[in-house]
Design a protein around this ligand. Structure first.
Ligand SMILES: *Cc1c(COP(=O)(O)O)cnc(C)c1O
Length: 430
């Protein structure tokens, strides 16, 4: 399988090259040259296969010859070290809980898969790769945990001082080993700008820099697996299935749409957003107008120019009509989000954090047109990751899971920086 740059169809690379580079030299996102289809027999009998076998069948065509079968199977086994349960919430509505991994957010799957791919590509090399990543919260923790101890890979995480939660900061700063946390005097955009500047800096050309955000195909593609695992669990109901994804950079839903193209018969997708409504507006007006992001209580989705939307447009040959056939998109305010968190809790006992609650709202809206379908919303983070918001909104106290309690006695180790020059000297002098 080759990947081409969405800015230039003639620039083609292997899976390995796409993973190592992260983004094409012309700044285009990499996109698979063909979308493989799975055999109808395989899909019809999906529930009879182990998760690992399903994952191998789905991922193998995308990885191609870059990783041999035995190693790919090993990577998959290490990636899928936790459960993905579909939990019944009420009537025919289910929550697909993607937060049972080590850092309690769905980004664990992509981060674990990518880290192990890089570890494999780098197995015989003397040179170290440095993964440089800016985080507004969940990405940093998932990348730190996923890459911890991976041979030949150093990780440098930039996060905005005072803008991530205490738990999120602990997930970045307490691991040690090959993980380095840089606390930046500034906001997320400053961190992101520093990372971009580093990638373009010719003085750093030889230092093996790569990125681990969701534009990397090794983080994006394994997200397809959630939808296959959900299908394995829900097929027995013999109803059509509608899936709602709380969306920010649109990587997760784009992976779901790819799973559908491969043959997974999900009837319809919903991209639910907070007030950062660039995509819902596009689906209504046909005009894609990026905006500065607005802060909300579902902050992992505060994105005004979703980076993966170009992949969705490519998947549908830029036809708005074709996109509308497969997916809808709606936007919700913080007030609506809090209100539905309260209703869900009081009527069913289910505790949703703000991202999952936005997903639930989008699902409710869409099920009006599909009264006989099963509805599935993705719960993308553990409620404890948004502790204050959930406790205040629902007037409850959440017990701390073991994975978080373990972090509390550990010392936060970080380097404080304020300028790009400081980042550069950090990268050059290690
Ligand atoms: C990253 C994230 C999202 C958004 O996912 P995208 O793939 O960027 O659309 C939603 N919820 C949580 C909790 C996240 O961390």
């Amino acid at each position: 399988m080759n990947y081409y740059s969405l800015n230039n169809p003639n620039h083609k690379v292997s899976f390995k090259e796409a993973v190592i580079a992260g983004i094409a030299p012309d700044r285009g996102l990499y996109y698979p040259e063909q979308i493989p289809t799975l055999s109808p027999e395989f899909i019809a009998n999906l529930e009879q296969y182990s998760r690992e076998e399903v994952a191998f069948q789905v991922m193998a065509p995308f990885v191609g010859e870059s990783i041999p079968e035995a190693e790919l199977r090993q990577i998959i086994e290490e990636t899928l070290c936790f459960d993905f349960p579909c939990v019944a919430v009420h009537d025919s509505i289910f929550s697909l809980e993607l937060y049972h991994g080590p850092t309690l957010a769905f980004k664990d799957v992509g981060a674990r898969f990518m880290s192990r791919c890089l570890g494999y590509f780098n197995r015989n090399s003397e040179e170290k790769v440095t993964v440089l990543v800016a985080t507004s919260g969940d990405t940093g923790g998932a990348v730190a945990s996923g890459f911890l101890g991976v041979k030949g890979v150093n990780v440098v995480i930039l996060y905005p001082s005072g803008k991530v939660s205490d738990i999120q900061e602990r997930q970045l700063t307490t691991l040690g080993q090959n993980i380095h946390a840089l606390e930046v005097d500034g906001v997320f955009d400053d961190c992101q700008d520093m990372v971009k500047t580093a990638f373009l800096d010719t003085d750093l050309k030889g230092s093996g820099l790569t990125s681990a955000n969701s534009i990397n195909v090794a983080r994006w593609l394994p997200q397809m697996l959630y939808y296959f695992f959900a299908w394995q669990q829900l097929k027995k109901h013999h109803k059509e299935i509608i899936v709602s994804c709380p969306s920010g950079n649109f990587g997760n839903i784009c992976a779901g749409l790819l799973a559908k193209k491969m043959g997974l018969p999900i009837a319809h997708f919903v991209a639910a957003t907070n007030v950062n409504d660039t995509v819902p507006e596009f689906l209504q007006t046909g005009k894609y107008i990026p905006k500065p992001s607005k802060p909300t209580i579902s902050n992992a989705m505060d994105v005004g120019n979703p980076s993966n939307f170009v992949r969705i447009q490519a998947m549908y040959d830029h036809s708005l009509e074709a996109i509308l056939n497969d997916f809808s998109s709606y936007s919700y305010t913080d007030e609506q989000t809090r209100a539905v968190m309260q209703t869900l809790y009081s009527q069913t006992g289910y505790i949703a954090e703000p991202h999952g609650a936005v997903g639930y709202l989008g699902l409710q809206e869409t099920l009006k047109n599909h009264p006989y379908a099963i509805g599935l919303f993705l719960e993308t983070a553990h409620p404890v990751k948004f502790l204050e918001e959930v406790e205040n909104t629902l007037s409850i106290e959440l017990p701390l899971p073991e994975a978080i309690a373990q972090l509390l006695p550990l010392e936060k180790v970080k380097t404080r920086i304020a300028t790009y020059a400081q980042l550069k000297s950090f990268l050059l002098n290690r």
